[in-house]
Write a protein that binds this ligand. Structure first.
Ligand SMILES: Cc1cc2nc3c(=O)[nH]c(=O)nc-3n(C[C@H](O)[C@H](O)[C@H](O)COP(=O)(O)OP(=O)(O)OC[C@H]3O[C@@H](n4cnc5c(N)ncnc54)[C@H](O)[C@@H]3O)c2cc1C
Length: 541
């Protein structure tokens, strides 16, 4: 068998699926090779799809579908509870920090607390409706060679039989042990082995009964067991099922030994109760990123290209953003709308965004349970009460950015991209917690809700959007004659127009601002050629 496609993607996780969706939406022929079967167990992973990722799901039309799929026990509110133990003292309760209580002005979607598999299944459902995308389960990429006008790949089918598949490009979205990255000889760099941890998927029928600190889908315990080094956390999977980890795994504990792990978990509960192990593992937390995410016609994305600490919930989410980025850029290249510089920008832009997230994730690892614990914390005395109050203050001060992260998710700025036209204006502030909206090029286009309840983003086109602060669409339409599709959007409301500083703002398909100005350039086609990497750098105005 010999298959010929435009893009071969190895891996049907967040990165591979989002790349496939961006390509499939533009009619590009894609094959996704996934070595696992559809229903294979994948172990406990994330429960958080953040607001920025949700905005992409909304753009793809599947945000509501995801919400319908949520299997999490509705009684377990997505709060974050810090306590000494499950049957101990409450230290602090963050009120729905990830998902919020109501919609916010700056985001088209709130985050959702939902198992990673449910998110992937929703994306797979969409991929399966795309006529140009084929997802092959139990098919593994074995090797690849870059040839003159493409990449020649060898894969195996479910019987282990090898076959050849050729693509113009290959995206290695094949996870942390990435064959693609290793074959290219690329090594992840940064802070490796920051922390030894474990996570197990368990069934604990009596967990809710044990809790004296309230019901929640996320608990984090701080107590004196294991010298304070028992940072047990619980995430609710569904009624009676939980994902329980320890950050760190207490020193001297063998995280692969169920009996030892059981004891660590019981220390978090404060008592023993029937607990059945379903799956899980020990692992190390890293903050490491590939220095190259693109070599010739081969790109790497997601965990293949970076491993970040899972405190704060970004591995899945930045992987999804990698996929979006490489997906629309490859599609533009293949449709003749983009040039080589567009592809090169994948590496530059994603690395800048990833470094921003990694810096904040490293800070999140800096304060763990043993940094909060103080001897006497669990004493039933006025001094114990004073220490618990002190612990609460530390938790609020040090852990807020881990759970309230809109600034981290949406506030990254692209300052080094060759396909963004920097207008030289002063940079807007950035912050891990607070998100400052700006229409400055290199930032996410400012968001607002319209009076009819729709999101401003719903009115952007599928490709570029020219946001016009004042004027009429007809007046601008007649001036636009370029080969890349551009939707002209006149802002309907003066209150929203205030978010856009200049009369014109060009927004990319990924909702990032590429250019702005009070006058359209005479050579708009020339500007578009620069913004899509077909002409020399767009970096200066
Ligand atoms: C315990 C834990 C907690 C986590 N918590 C969070 C969190 O709170 N928030 C967050 O955002 N992230 C979290 N993550 C990280 C998140 O799960 C990963 O970052 C995410 O799964 C990466 O997506 P990916 O698509 O890059 O890779 P993967 O999801 O690993 O997908 C890669 C796919 O490639 C397939 N594959 C591998 N090799 C081949 C091959 N040769 N041929 C074909 N297919 C292949 C694999 O089977 C796999 O399906 C957590 C992870 C763990 C383990």
């Amino acid at each position: 068998m010999l298959m010929n496609v435009d893009v071969v993607i190895a891996g049907a996780g967040a990165a591979g699926l989002s790349a496939a969706i961006e390509l499939g939406r533009r009619g590009i022929n894609v094959v996704i090779l996934e070595c696992l079967d559809k229903d294979d167990y994948r172990g406990p992973r994330t429960y958080l799809i953040n607001s920025r990722s949700m905005e992409h799901l909304r753009r793809w039309g599947i945000a509501d579908r995801l919400a319908e799929r949520n299997p999490i026990d509705p009684e377990m509110q997505p709060d974050v509870i810090f306590a000494t133990r499950l049957n101990g003292y409450l230290l602090h309760r963050f009120d729905r920090p990830f998902v919020g209580t109501e919609r916010v002005e700056e985001a088209a979607e709130n985050a959702q607390w939902i198992p990673q598999r449910s998110i992937e299944e929703t994306m797979i459902e969409l991929v399966n409706t795309m006529p140009t995308v084929k997802l092959l389960w139990r098919h593994a990429l074995v090797s690849f060679t870059e040839v003159e006008d493409g990449v020649s790949c060898v894969a195996t089918d479910p019987d282990g039989k090898e076959f050849e598949i050729s693509g113009k490009y290959l995206v290695g979205a094949d996870g942390s042990k990435s064959l693609v990255r290793k074959s290219l000889g690329i090594r992840l760099q940064g802070r490796g082995n920051m922390l030894a941890a474990f996570v197990y998927h368990v069934r604990v029928p009596e967990l809710k009964r044990i809790s004296k600190v309230g019901h929640s889908s996320f608990y984090w315990f701080v107590n004196g067991s294991y010298g304070g080094y028992s940072g047990v956390t619980i995430n609710c999977v569904r009624e009676g099922e939980y994902s329980i980890g320890s950050f760190p795994c207490p020193p001297g504990i063998d995280a692969s030994d169920e009996a030892q792990v059981r004891k660590v978990i019981y220390a978090g509960f404060g008592e023993e109760t029937p607990m059945e192990f379903i799956g899980g593992r020990s692992y190390n937390m890293h903050a490491i990123i590939a220095p190259e995410m693109l070599r010739g016609r081969v790109a790497i994305a997601g965990d293949a290209a970076h491993l970040l600490p899972n405190l704060g919930g970004f591995g899945f989410n930045v992987g999804l953003l990698d996929g979006v980025d490489i997906g629309w850029k490859l599609a533009y290249l293949l449709k003749g709308w983009g040039g080589d510089r567009l592809l090169l920008s994948y590496q530059n832009e994603r690395q800048e965004a990833l470094n921003w997230v990694a810096k904040i994730q490293i800070e999140n690892v800096d304060v763990l349970s043993h940094d909060i614990y103080m001897p006497g914390l669990e004493d039933d005395t006025p001094e114990g009460e004073r220490l618990r109050q002190r612990a609460k203050e530390i938790i609020v001060r040090e852990k807020t950015q881990e759970f309230h992260s809109l600034g981290t998710q949406k506030g990254y700025r692209l300052t080094k991209s060759e396909i963004i036209s920097d207008d030289g204006s002063p940079p807007a502030p950035t912050d891990a917690i607070q998100y400052f909206q700006t229409s400055r090029p290199g930032s996410l286009a400012p968001h607002a809700w319209l009076t009819d309840g729709s999101s401003l983003y719903d009115h952007f086109g599928p490709e570029f959007t020219l946001v016009v602060r004042d004027g009429s669409a007809a007046e601008v339409d007649s001036t636009i004659a370029v080969d890349v599709p551009i939707k002209v959007l006149v802002l309907p409301d003066p209150a929203i127009a205030k978010l856009y500083d200049t009369r014109f703002t060009l927004v990319r398909p990924d909702q990032m601002v590429a250019w702005r100005g009070d006058e359209l350039p005479e050579d708009l086609a020339g500007l578009m050629a620069r913004l899509t990497g077909r002409a020399a750098s767009a970096a200066t105005h």
